[in-house]
Design a protein around this ligand. Sequence first.
Ligand code: FE2
Length: 214
Amino acid sequence: MTPAAAKAAVDAVRAHFAARMRAGREAPAIAEELARVLRLLDEVDFSRADEKHLRPSGHPVVTQLGQVMRAAESGPDDALSPILAAFLPILDALPWRFSYAPRPDMPDIGERMAWAELVGPIAPFHSRKVCLGLTAIGPHLLYPAHRHPAVETYLVVSGTAAWTAAGVTTRRPPGDILVHPSNVVHAMETGDAPLLAAYAWTGDVETLSEYVDA
Ligand SMILES: [Fe+2]
């Protein structure tokens, strides 16, 4: 993946967040966090990319995403199409990873979901204050309850999943934005469609997420 392709994917998400801010229809907690994310992204030096995070990871999660491709071909939401257009050609080239400890009840979870960070402490564009990336979850998979100190913003890009935060579950279609406050326990479960969601972290972005026993 070229630095320009990675930057274009970041810019597509930034532009979407900025447009949502201008439209002024977000809940106050979401607007406040989007503003923080955009402000911190403005501080990132996009003129330098760490080449080792631009090499394809070869992660099998990409094979789970065929339905995302087909949905995009059949005409995505106009507001999301620039994001899909930026990410779909580079899915194979993204630096996918999965850093949770193995769990015996879900031996293949690390092959069926992953995330690819483009801005962050371990990413092509370096920041210790903000992360930006893409999470992919294959069909019919529970991403079990987890938490992390960072404040997390998700933008659903493709696929409607069941999202649970602080014990409340809602189905979230493409275009929805969610904010998980620091250390709130959350989980996602996909149905027939895989989930693709852009994410941002602020606050303590260096402490990894960990599973929470149900
Ligand atoms: Fe999270």
